[in-house]
Write a protein that binds this ligand. Structure first.
Ligand code: HEM
Length: 480
């Protein structure tokens, strides 16, 4: 029996995430319209919006995955409600601090706040320290949450069981549910990259407060930044996959998925390779030791292919030539996995060193990461939100409206992404507030992208209204 308090906290997470998502999409559309010359934003406003958009998106889809994992984990182990609440409060405070440093203080160094950009003059002198403190607040809340979930699992499962190592021997005597295995692998990765963020922040604060007496090594800071940023952005996808491994079969009316030796092997490989794949962000930093560049390429393949292989295999086996109980929730999971695979292929193409010479920092980059986020991870979480909000309500969903919502999401999403991919293939650079005349196609593509994104937004608004209404009911219900 899921405790009423957990249902209420999860409902609150769902409503907050969806609300912040709508605001962040609007910022994204404004950026595309500015790039298309339909509206005129000052460059500082554009980069402020880009910084807020990027960081808010990463934050909300990370906490969305965590809230879903926490909710389902209660089926197996007792989870800490205070840790969940602390994470919620710290996330809200962190986002407000981030918005103050950007919208008021005009901090606009992008979501990667790549050194030495944060130390360039912003409108307000307090913008940089406030921004760095906002990251610290978010990180502390998330670290507490992750550690509490890991501790909960280790109370019930031994270290070998939680990583499913017993499957590497014949006739394993104990079972590790795939949900537990994937959650553990992912949470350990997240804790590692959050610890890297702590070192990063300490070094940046040291330079800031020493007023230049201490100067950082730019290459070290870039490595730390991407170890943190790339890893968390990828791990949040795996939180969504843990949920799919638990719910896809259940919602489809099929037998529960079980861990096998190859599932255990694939996910154990992912733990190591996901932590080293970030080196592909430094291919153009020629002072980086060459061995790390090669490791970056190999790890990029090995972090994604085994996990994608076993997940797609499991889904195909579940749906091939059998009658499935399709609902909006498992349809969202299914389409989300396809989006994840397509975006993943785009990422692997870019992570191949010879291709990266051409695609580096072109629109190909937002193309692939928006694919596995906007059409992958977002759909994983939306599927969970939808399933969660219906769990505690007797009302069935309206099929016609479901089809319409899916249509807006998929049609809008594909058009929005296609404009990025075509731009990338045409070598149009990313992160330009205004495109110079040397890129004749860029403005048209930006307008097309912004228009399709508006269709995607309509789909999200329909989901938002539908899901939030039920979550608000759960929030104010007296049931236990
Ligand atoms: C329809 C919804 C969305 C729209 C319209 C949108 C739009 C944009 C645009 C125009 C950019 C700047 C591209 C450039 O480099 O020129 C951008 C960057 C970015 N977006 Fe989105 N986006 C959407 C959804 C998402 C989602 C779901 C996520 C993540 C979960 C996300 C994360 C990011 C990140 C991390 C950046 C990079 C920011 C930076 O470079 O500092 N976006 N987005």
């Amino acid at each position: 029996m899921i405790a009423s308090r957990l249902k209420k906290i999860t409902s609150l997470w769902v409503v907050i995430v969806l609300l912040l998502f709508v605001i962040s999409i609007i910022l994204g559309i404004l950026m595309r319209l500015n790039q298309g010359d339909v509206i005129q934003l000052s460059p500082v406003t554009f980069y402020t919006d880009m910084t807020v958009h990027g960081l808010t998106m990463i934050s909300i889809w990370y906490v969305a995955g965590m809230a879903a994992v926490n909710f389902i984990m209660e089926r197996y182990v007792t989870t800490s409600k205070p840790a969940n609440i602390i994470a919620l409060v710290f996330t809200l405070i962190g986002v407000l601090m981030l918005w103050a440093s950007t919208f008021i203080g005009k901090f606009h160094a992008g979501w990667t706040f790549l050194y030495p950009l944060p130390f360039k003059e912003m409108l307000k002198a307090w913008a940089t320290p406030l921004f760095l403190f906002s990251i610290a607040v978010l990180g502390v809340g998330w670290l507490i949450w992750c550690v509490s979930l890991i501790a909960g699992m280790l109370k019930k499962y031994s270290l070998a069981q939680v990583f499913a190592w017993q499957y590497f021997r014949k006739g394993p005597k104990t079972e590790t549910p795939p949900f537990i295995l994937i959650s553990m692998i992912t949470l350990v990765g997240i804790v590692t990259c959050l610890l890297a963020a702590v070192i990063l922040l300490v070094l940046l604060f040291a330079e800031y407060f020493s007023k230049g007496a201490f100067v950082n090594d730019a290459l070290l800071i870039k490595n730390l930044t991407y170890f943190f940023g790339h890893t968390i952005a990828n791990e949040m996808l795996y939180l969504g996959l843990a949920v799919i491994y638990e719910l896809f079969a259940e919602i489809s009316g099929k037998p529960k998925w079980k861990t096998t030796w190859y599932v255990a092997l694939a996910w154990n490989c992912t733990l190591f390779f996901i932590l080293t794949a970030f080196f592909h962000h430094l291919y153009m930093d020629f002072v980086q030791p060459e061995g790390l560049q090669i490791l970056g390429q190999l790890a990029s393949y090995l972090a994604s292919l085994p996990a994608a292989g076993v997940t797609v295999f499991s889904i195909v086996v579940a749906i091939y030539r059998t009658k499935i109980n399709w609902t909006l929730a498992n349809l969202l999971f299914f389409i989300g996995v396809m989006g994840w695979v397509v975006g993943g292929l785009g990422a692997v193409i870019d992570a191949t060193i010879s291709n990266n010479f051409v695609l580096h920092n072109t629109l190909w980059v937002p193309a692939h990461f928006h694919t596995y986020n906007a059409m992958g991870n977002v759909l994983f979480s939306l599927g969970f939100f939808y399933w969660f909000s219906f769990q505690f309500s007797n009302k069935m969903d309206d099929n016609k409206l479901s089809a319409l919502k899916l249509f807006f999401l998929v049609f809008g999403g594909i058009g929005f992404l296609a404009a990025f991919y075509i731009g990338g293939a045409d070598s149009i650079p990313r992160r330009y507030s205004n495109y110079p005349d040397e890129f004749p196609l860029a403005k048209t593509l930006a307008i097309i992208g912004g228009s399709f994104a508006t269709i995607y937004l309509i789909g999200i608004l329909l989901f938002f209204v539908n899901i939030s209404k039920r979550c608000v009911k759960i929030l104010f219900s007296r049931s236990s």
